[in-house]
Design a protein around this ligand. Structure first.
Ligand code: NAD
Length: 700
């Protein structure tokens, strides 16, 4: 099948991209388009050329499968094709529908004119991969829409609708109805009126007071995108478009691109981008195995998680039954759901009609037999093995044959839960994160007996719910919470040594975490975290733990829900405020344990906490709980507020240096409660072999 098609419509040639589904700029397609352009230019009967996309899109940009291969730099490269459009002596008109993104929009901007269907999405999203458009996008877009609009589009990477830029030089005309017919009519007018070849490269970018504009832009971008180098380089490139002639501007763009592409941050962002795709590959589940379709769901437990999970289903257009044990619990749960939706309506992100539709999909009930026809039942009751077992016993008796029986447990042994049913193959863990209607991560816990079919069904469901499903094996805390335990252990031991929660949170937040460990504990509930730690302390008394969280909880300071935790909170507010009472409590605690306070640097705080995370990650890989290190990284990026530009704990430690990390662990091991540290064997092994977690292919 040709990757580009050619047809003649009177004296107008049409070149149609034909690389479904999104017409990515694969080398083979670029080559065919280039040849067809030569054909059109050489044909004396052709007066104008329309370039358009077949199927769903004009063109969504580079072909990611060709990233890091010689194909990206083989002639005709994207910029060669753009130059060929631009230099054509016959008018070239881009006819856009669906999306024109990245290289696709750059390509369209090489044409002399552009028409589009309303609703087409236009974007230069390269910044999200830590780079910037490298085929003239930063130079042509300001010439098309002005510096301000271009800067916004390039720095955020977000799409704009074609109609919002109609009337600028980016979109000359919005076509109603048939795009090709409209584009041909437009081309005929260009020919009849002998319109000049309008090349964006020939235009200047008017801007009053460029000095002030770019100074303000730099300040704003530096604040808003702390840690990300690409947005500031985008400012530099757009400034070049304003101040320099086109060819000089293109050189500046290339220089910025080359500088960015080698940064660890941009590599981390690309690691995260590919990671989103990589985690869906499960060795024994072929790509075409999708499982059975989930059309209806039931949730047991209308608490914090149950309500949020129900909203996730309703948001995805699925009907969901929500069960609790008492009318009071059910009413409370539904009231929270309603309040959350109403908040979104107030903020203008949801219409009242849509809210009513979504609420209408959730049916509260006290009757277990209402769950009988659901395709999936998700249990979200208290984190207590006996309660969970009772619930699964009931579900086994009620749920239809073939229904998926899922548990939202965050730590407990899924196999033990599955064993109370006569159908352990149908049992799986679906570990949602709070707030479940917002957070993208879904840890999909595969039990020893979970069937491949049920796993495939659940992964397909995750996509339908807009979640990133990452498969984990059964262990205490699965991937995310098991690692978190090691991280929190360090944070709490630092308190024993005299560091205050605000310094620890401040250091980790400045490093890029969305929230430090103490602000996070206050949000999740210090009592819940302590309960898990107490259980673990009994199971593994050798592992040293700080008793500071026990002291805090003894005062009933459970976090935001009680108005006080590691911080204090003003009524109705969520901002953590320093509380001298906590400083006094910690001083008292230190006196009791007899540990002198010492000054600890932010660097030590960061290294102790993050190396602890990654060291436990290494054990998780050894134990086969995560399939690959990228799975761990994606769990942390999408569920735990780990900075995306650092790529996740395993990507980070690879770049930090495995040998250096081992040195640090040995040093920490000589410090306070140092027996909590031991180098994970896989870390040792990879350091010796000069390997990395990212390249590790699993146990051979
Ligand atoms: P919650 O206390 O807010 O809600 C639990 C609900 O279950 C309550 O409404 C309760 O009435 C109901 N319930 C208890 N026993 C029941 C039974 N036998 N039958 C029916 N309903 C019953 O708890 P939560 O925070 O929503 O946690 C629920 C589960 O989700 C736990 O396993 C927890 O570990 C897990 N989880 C919680 C979070 C979180 O941040 N809160 C995050 C991930 C996972």
């Amino acid at each position: 099948m040709p990757l580009a098609e050619y047809s003649l419509h009177g004296d107008i040639a049409v070149i149609r991209f034909n690389n479904p589904p999104m017409n990515t700029l694969a080398l083979a397609m670029r080559t065919e388009v280039y040849e067809l352009l030569e054909t059109a230019i050489a044909d004396p009967a052709v007066k104008a050329i329309v370039v358009t996309g077949g199927g769903r899109a004009y063109c969504s940009g580079a072909e990611i499968r060709e990233f890091n291969t010689p194909k990206t730099t083989t002639f005709p490269m994207s910029r060669d094709l753009i130059a060929a459009f631009e230099e054509s002596l016959k008018p070239v008109i881009a006819a856009i529908h669906g999306v024109a993104m990245g290289g696709g929009l750059e390509n369209a901007m090489g044409c002399h004119y552009r028409v589009a269907l309303a609703g087409a999405q236009l974007a230069l999203p390269e910044v999200k991969l830590g780079i910037l458009p490298g085929a003239g996008g930063t130079q042509r877009l300001p010439r098309a829409v002005g510096a301000e609009k271009a800067l916004e589009m390039i720095v955020t990477g977000n799409p704009v609708k074609s109609e919002s830029v109609a009337g600028t030089l980016l979109i000359d005309e919005i076509i109603e109805g048939d795009l090709l017919a409209g584009a041909l009519a437009f081309a005929a007018r260009v020919v009849a009126e002998k319109r000049p070849l309008r090349r964006l490269r020939d235009l200047a970018v008017p801007l009053d007071d460029a000095d002030a504009f770019f100074a303000a832009a730099r300040e704003r971008v530096a604040n808003e995108y702390r840690g990300y180098p690409a947005p500031l380089k985008c400012v530099e490139a757009v400034e070049a478009a304003v101040r320099l002639p086109m060819d000089e501007g293109l050189k500046a763009e290339r220089r910025c691109f080359d500088e960015l592409v080698v940064t660890t941050e941009s590599k981390a962002l690309r690691h995260a981008f590919f990671g989103e795709r990589a985690v869906s590959k499960i060795p024994d589940i072929p790509d075409d195995m999708k499982g059975s379709e989930i059309r209806s769901a039931a949730i047991v437990g209308a608490g914090t998680m149950g309500g949020g999970i129900a909203m996730s289903f309703a948001n995805a257009g699925l009907t969901v039954t929500l069960l609790d044990t008492t009318q009071e619990a059910l009413d409370r749960g539904m009231a929270t759901v309603r309040k959350n939706y109403a908040g979104t309506v107030t903020r203008g992100r949801l219409s009242q009609i849509e809210m009513d539709k979504r609420l209408g999909r959730i049916s509260p009930t006290l009757e277990w037999h209402d769950l009988a026809s659901a395709d999936i039942v998700i249990e979200a009751v208290f984190e207590d093995m006996e309660v969970k077992k009772t619930v699964f016993g009931k579900l086994d008796a009620i749920a239809r044959d073939g229904a998926v029986l899922a548990s939202n447990t965050s730590h407990l042994d899924l196999d033990e839960i599955a064993a109370v049913t006569k159908r352990p193959a149908s049992v799986i863990g679906t570990h949602f994160f709070s707030p479940a209607n917002v957070m993208r991560l879904l840890e999909v816990v595969r039990g020893a007996k979970t069937s491949r079919e049920v796993l495939a069904t659940t992964l397909t469901l995750a996509k339908k719910l807009g979640k990133l499903g990452v498969v984990a094996g059964v262990c205490d805390g699965f991937i995310g919470n098991r690692m978190l335990e090691a991280y929190l252990q360090q944070a709490y031991l630092l308190l024993d040594e005299g560091v205050l929660p605000a310094q620890i949170d401040g250091a980790l937040e400045a490093w890029g975490f969305a929230m430090g460990p103490f602000a996070m504990s206050d949000l999740s509930g210090n009592d819940i975290i302590l309960a898990t730690r107490k259980r673990r302390r009994e199971e593994n008394p050798e592992n040293p733990q700080s008793a500071a969280p026990d002291r805090l909880c003894e005062l009933g300071r459970f976090g935001q829900k009680t108005g006080a935790g590691w911080y204090r909170y003003e009524t109705g507010k969520r901002t953590p405020l320093n509380d001298p009472a906590v400083d006094a409590l910690l001083a008292e605690h230190r006196k009791a344990i007899g540990v002198p306070a010492r000054k600890v640097s932010d660097e030590e705080i960061i290294e102790r906490c993050v190396i602890a995370l990654a060291n436990e990650g290494a054990r998780i890989l050894e134990d086969g709980i995560a399939l690959r290190s990228v799975d761990i990284d994606m769990v942390y990026l999408t569920g735990y507020g780990f900075p995306r530009y650092r790529g996740g704990p395993m990507f980070w430690i690879d770049n930090f240096g495995l040998a250096k990390a081992i040195d640090r662990i040995k040093t920490f091991g000589k410090g306070y409660m140092g027996n909590c540290w031991s180098v994970a064997p896989l870390l040792e092994q990879l350091a010796t072999a000069q390997g990395t977690f990212t390249q590790w292919k699993g146990k051979s």
